[in-house]
Unconditional design. Sequence first.
Lengths: 315, 315
Amino acid sequence: MLDANRVRVLVEVAHAGSIAAAAERMSFTAPALSQQLAKLERELGCTLLERRQGGVRLTGAGRILLAYGERVMGDLRDAETAVRAAAGERPRRLSLGTFASAGKVLVPGALAAFARAHPDVRPALSDLEPPDGYGLVASGALDLLITHRYPGVQLPAAAGLRRERILVDPLMLVLPEGHPAARPGPVPLAEAAGDEWICGAPGVPNRVALETAAREAGVRVRVAYETRDYEVTLALIRAGVGVGLVPRTVLGACEPSGWSAHPVAAADPAAPPPAREVYLVHRRRPLAPVPEMASLLRLSAHRALDRGAGAAAAD
Amino acid sequence: MLDANRVRVLVEVAHAGSIAAAAERMSFTAPALSQQLAKLERELGCTLLERRQGGVRLTGAGRILLAYGERVMGDLRDAETAVRAAAGERPRRLSLGTFASAGKVLVPGALAAFARAHPDVRPALSDLEPPDGYGLVASGALDLLITHRYPGVQLPAAAGLRRERILVDPLMLVLPEGHPAARPGPVPLAEAAGDEWICGAPGVPNRVALETAAREAGVRVRVAYETRDYEVTLALIRAGVGVGLVPRTVLGACEPSGWSAHPVAAADPAAPPPAREVYLVHRRRPLAPVPEMASLLRLSAHRALDRGAGAAAAD
DNA sequence: AACGACGGATAAGCTCTGCTTATCTGCGGG
DNA sequence: CCCGCAGATAAGCAGAGCTTATCCGTCGTT
C-alpha cells in the first residue's frame, strides 16, 4: 500500500508550491523530499509533478492523489485529537486562515473575545486569498478558514468539508465627496459610467465582480488604478482618482471622510444587489474550540455589517 | 502528527485479534508490532490495548483510534486505486466477505457469472459472521461484505460506508415429516410449543431471532441441539430430533426431503413475518467491479428466494 | 503438580531506509 | 555575463525499525 509519509510529502509540496519551500516547512532538506517523491512516482508508475520554472505543478494524477492525501492527513490529525480529547486533553492551538479584509474587520474582535474565553488556546493566523486554503483545511493544517465569494466568481469544491455562509456583504458604490451622483438611496452603476475605477487586477475577485455588475448595467469599466487593498482604494477615492465598489463591512472600519457610499441600484430590480458573500470552512468533526470561534465570527460579521451600514448612511 | 504506519499496525492487530496473528498477516515478527504499538501508546500518552488472555483487546481510546485508522487505511487504498485507474490500470483483485449460508447459497452463482464477465479479476473470499467485517470494509481490506440481520439483533453502525438491503429472507418453520402441525399455509409458532428446537448457541443471531419470535408468540423455547449450520439443522429435523427456523433461501439449496417448511404465522397479523435481512456493505467510492458484483448478488438473491419458495411450496 | 503451548514484553544486534552534504543542470533576472 | 534559485543526483552516515533470543504469565494437558 502507499506509504502515508510519502503522500504527506506530496501534500506539503502541493501546498507550499515548491519542493524547497515544503522542505523548509517540514524541517528537512530539499533532496530528502525529492527522493521521497521520486519513490512515490516510481511506486505508482506515473509522474505526479511537473518540474517547471520556479517550482513544481501537479499533474492530473498528482491532483487526484492530493485530494485523497489531504483527507488522509486530516483524518490522522482528527484521530490524534479525538484520542487526546477522550483522555481529557484539550487542544491548545487553533489555526485560522483568513482573507485580507476579514483579517482587519472580522477577525480582531472575534479573536479578542476568544482569547478571553480560552486563554490556554493559542490562535495562529495565516492570510489566504480565495480560492486557496481549502486543501489546508482538508489536510488539517488549518482548523477554520474564512473565505469569500464575489459575484461572478465560482465557489471552489469543498468535498468532505463543511461550508457556511456567515455574511452577505453588499458592495457599495463609493464616490468622492461632491460627486454628482452622490445622494441618499441607491445609485445606478450607470451614473458612474464616466468615472474611472479603482479595483483589483484582472482576475482578482473584486475586479470580476465589478466587471460582472458593469456588464449587467451596460457600463464599460475604465480602470484608473489596480489594488486589492480597500484602504488604498478609499484613500484614492478620497483623493479624487476615481470611484470604487467596496463591501459594506469594510466601510465601517475605515476613515469615514472624503467619500460617500451608496447602495448599488441593480439593473434588474428583482435581482439581489451585488454582494460579497463570506463563508466559514472547516472539517466535519471540528476541534472543540472551532464552533465557538465560528459563532464569535458570525457575531463579529453582523456587527461589522451594522457599522458599515452606519458609515454608508452617514452621507 | 501520528505515524500512519503505526496506526496501521493497530488496525491490523484489532482485526486479527492478537499481535501474533497480525504479525503473521503482515509478514513481520510479533516483537516488531509490539514495539510499534508501545511507541504509539507512548506518543499518545494512553494505553490502546489491554493485554489479556489469548490476545489483546482495544481500550476505549484504542477503539476511537481504530475507527479513524480504518478510514485512513481505506482512503490510502482508494487513493492508490484512483491514481492507477486514472492511468488506465484496472483492479485485478476483488475481495468479498460473506457469512456462511450466503457463501453457499448466494455467492457461487454470482461468482461464476462474475468470473465469466471479468476473467482478469481474481476474487478472494473470506468467511465473516456478523457483526464482523465492517472494519475490514472501512479499511479497504475487504471490497464488498455480505452480511445479515436477524430479527431482534441490532445492525452495526456503518459510518462512512454504504449499506444496501438486497434480500428479505423469511424464516420458515421447518417440521419433520408427519409432524401434526404440517399443513399448507402459515403455521403459528405456538403449534411447535411442545417440540424441541434446533438452533444456534445463545447469542447467535438465529437463536436471538427464534427467542424473539417465540416470546411474541408466547412460546417457551427448549433447545435440543445447538448448531449454526443450516444443513446440520435440516438433517437433524429430518432425523426427528426437533424443529427449526430456517431462512427460505437456504431451503432451496438443501436436500428437499424428510421435512416440510411453512411460513410462520405472526402473532400480530399486522407485523411482517420474521425474516432474515441480507445486506451488502461497501465503501462510498467502490472499485469499478464492486457495483457489478453487487448487482449479480442481488440477482442471485432473488433467484434463491424463488428456489426457496418452491422448496417450501413443495409440501 | 509439572510441562508445554501460546501470547506478549524486553534486550541486543543488525540491516536498510531515509536523511544530509556536496555537486551538477537549467532557467531567469540584474 | 554571472549570480541566484529550484530541482536532480551521488555518496556517505545515522537512526528507525526489524530480527533473534530470552523471559514472564496463563491456560490446558498429562
